[in-house]
Design a protein around this ligand. Sequence first.
Ligand SMILES: [Zn+2]
Length: 822
Amino acid sequence: MYPYMNRILLPICLLFGFLLSAQQLKSPSEFFGYELGTEFARHHEVADYYEYLAKEVPDRVKLTVYGQTNERRPLLLAFVSSAANMAKLEDIRTEHLKDIDGTGTNDKAIVWLSYNVHGNESVSTEASMKTIHALLTEKSNYLDDAIIIMDPCINPDGRDRYSNWYNQYKNNPYQVDPNSKEHHEGWWTGRSNHYMFDLNRDWAWLTQIESQQRIKIYNEWLPHVHVDFHEQGVDNPYYFAPAAEPYHEVITDFQRDFQTTLGKNHAKYFDANGWFYFTKEIFDLFYPSYGDTYPTYNGAIGMTYEQGGSGRAGLGIVTKIGDTLTLKDRIAHHHTTGLSTVEVSSKNAERLNAEFQKFYKNKSFKYKSYILNGDKDKLQALTSLLDKHEIMYGTGSKGSVKGFKYNTGGNGSLATNNNSLVVSTNQPKGTLVKVLFEPKAKLSDSLTYDITAWSLPYAYGLDAVASTTLVSSINKKESVAIGSYQGKIDLGKYAHISNWNSMKDARFLAELLQNGIRVRKAHHPFSIDGNSFERGSLIITKGDNQNNDDFGNLLSSIAAKHNKNLTGSTTGFVDSGKDFGSPYVEMVNKPKIAILAGGPTSTLRFGEIWHFFEQQLHYPLTVIDAEYFDKVDLNQYHILILPGRGYGNHFQEEKLNRLKDWVKKGGKIIAMGGSIDALDGEKGFNIKKKETPKDSVKSPEPHKNVQREQIKKAITGAVFKTKVDNTHPLAYGYGSEYFTLKLGSSGYQYLKNGNAVYIEGAPKPVSGFAGSEAQKKVANSLIFGVEQVGQGQVIYMVDNPLFRGFWENGKLFMANALFMVD
Ligand SMILES: [Zn+2]
């Protein structure tokens, strides 16, 4: 029962030696020279403390740097265990991974503790230091049967943003009055990372470098238990497992039960101290991209622990009930649950290992294989995500597969060939495959505070079928059609033509433009020398670039860099469509682009665009803050992007008039999400919000039903099928349908002209939850469209194609808005 008990019989001399080293090992307070919890340690100081421990007790702590943040801070992991375990750490790891095929002999619990993913939930990193010190001293008996992997700070850029800000604004001594500035962070809080992404929404999509670097080492260990330490509002006490409904159906009984085992142990300590807590509320286990669900879908007991506090709490704050909550209190609570987690895991090491083996035994999911066809670049974008998750896939063979068809929502068949991608659930990552690919995830309760649909075939815009039988495939990664660069460009040609289908094409265009290469775009389909091209195809002619001495070299090297095969043509005389000198074959402008930042713009919505430009498209962007926006001469820019903000937040009349004048003269606004409302109104543009359907008189609802009634009006994230007018420049490169991720229930009327993407009729979502009243509101509504205003345009994006950076198939709409519409 207590496998570490026999260690009491350790020779006295060894025990004595250990006590000596424990006494000498400095606590965080001793190391920093102030009492832990009376200051916020900056990241480099945290790193110093972990380095100190690794240097002092190298037999029990191994520190690794697994990466670097955007702002060049190190990402650290400390491996902590008994000296005996640490001496065979690599053997323990490899034996543990053998449990995936049921042959491992590891008997240690592997516990991964992740701190401070949200940078301003700043207690977590502080608590990590107290916890690792305790594990190396008074709680070292927990380590005989456990390997602890500690990430002291998942998001160092955000945490330092918070602590630097707090240090600048705090009173001395700290002020507990909640009205004081030290409790009110500015527009950009420390919660997110450098690109304002929420790293606790990124585990499955891996769009951010912190996640990308972490997942490699996570997959090398696949812990039994993973805890993500957070903070919630100052007036909530503490939340720990078991989690709230909905639970995803793949979560096993053991995973459910063990959360309760852990929660009860935490409760024991909290009860003894008279501390408050709640369980089974708010924090559900459904959306796969969290630090609790993602580990759960990889066989761990994945949990979120939430201390009351966050960015508002500072070093101390008075709460609603008049208590003073201090950083020291917050550290004590996270420290307690951290140690309790290790204690329970260590005691249950044998069971955790046995259950981990069971988790990885083949499961009989309804759908055994997912088969996908489509554009090579989109398939490649998907396989690159699968590689990061170490999900195996293969290619199909000539024939057809029956099953659930994603684009029709019914049964049908899909013709397959050796370019078809096949992903099956009979593999170690089978559970994750089911979660990420299945057309509709089963919701045990519609009260969830995140998106309810994310199915990858919709997100990547691929034709897909889910098959209830296992489809054989050739599991050779390299045989998946990726399309390699064919070789040198023949510079003798009159023109070089590229199709326009994907972000890869957009990146290629962005780099050409920045290198001064002139490019045309075809507004009509055409064929030349027996090859057909769709609208939006890029035409790079020798004639347009004759003044560029370096044209040949540049074009060749950029094409090679992007693996772009261009079709050469010796003539501008087409077989059908418009000749290359036609007014319908227009020059692509090299736009100068500005974006509005600062309140009340959403940091997340702004950050998604910022990241899109810098890390996905690689095209420059000027960020203009709301504070001085009115003083900037907009005539220097071709495009102004208004990221999503709070709905109903109208611009002042003066600002509206200024924007309208600028657009009339040829400016282009891209208004996204809630910023559309800023343009609406009496003096605004011609976009009209749909009214809320009038309720017929209903009997009053009992108070207890209020929350349930509210969700009838809600869409927190569901997939809808939309119509696409792909003759419109905003929709070049798309087919006649698009699956949109709808994140709210705001609906807008069709425009007079320029409805590129829209919902027709009153469909139910193809995946995810939408309240009955919300469905009525989005019936017959605009998704993406363009209003011509004088010489310029306003492009409306009601839905957000850049949401969390993962809806790959929406991104070309943004590229079209930048380069195709004018
Ligand atoms: Zn959090």
